[in-house]
Ligand binder design. Structure first.
Ligand SMILES: [Zn+2]
Length: 188
């Protein structure tokens, strides 16, 4: 079971995991789809916007048609400190398709607390980064930067822009690492 969020990389992550036959995928997102999202959010189309669907619901509908053997659940929720533990309870792996560092620190802390690996991913402009964070084995986000407030530059894909290969590549790399972790092939 995996969790992900639906920015550019998140749509690549969700579609790749479901097409790969990962048994259960939960997709969490609070937003609705806008036309400017379609440049990089490959799960959605103009009909989803006309139907005023939340991203999580549109993603669930599309992905259930892709692979009906996978249990896909779209959850419309704003992830925060009051609900994150319930949302990730029982999961094997968390994939980050987020657009903000505050929520990444929340994921980091809940990952360490409940011993759930997570895969950081971020893309902006023409570049990106990804990092496996495995409790007890690797450094975590706070090892690199203990204080989340130092990173509030305010840059997002909406303000700084992003060309679509950047999130496509980062999301794909996250899925490579996810499959390795899920089959127990990481760090070998
Ligand atoms: Zn750490």
């Amino acid at each position: 079971m995996c969790y992900c969020w639906l920015r550019g990389a998140g749509t690549i992550i969700a579609t790749s995991l479901v097409r790969a036959g990962i048994g259960r995928v939960k997709i969490i997102d609070r937003d609705f789809i806008e036309y400017h999202n379609l440049q990089r959010q490959v799960l959605f189309d103009e009909d989803d916007i006309k139907n005023e669907l939340p991203k999580a619901i549109a993603a669930e509908r599309h992905l259930k048609k892709v692979n009906s053997s996978v249990e896909v659940e779209g959850i419309v929720a704003d992830v925060n400190f009051t609900n994150i533990e319930k949302l990730v309870s029982g999961t094997d792996l968390i994939l980050d398709g987020l657009d903000n560092l505050e929520t990444r620190y929340l994921i980091n802390d809940v990952s360490l607390k409940h011993n759930i690996p997570w895969i950081y991913g971020g893309a902006i402009s023409s570049y990106g980064m990804t990092l496996n964070i495995i409790p007890g084995k690797t450094a975590c986000l706070r090892c690199f930067s203990p204080d989340s407030s130092r990173h509030r530059m305010g840059w997002t894909c909406d303000t700084a822009g992003v060309i679509n290969p950047a999130p496509f590549i980062i999301g794909s790399l996250q899925v490579v690492e996810a499959i390795k972790i899920l089959v127990g092939a990481e760090l070998k």
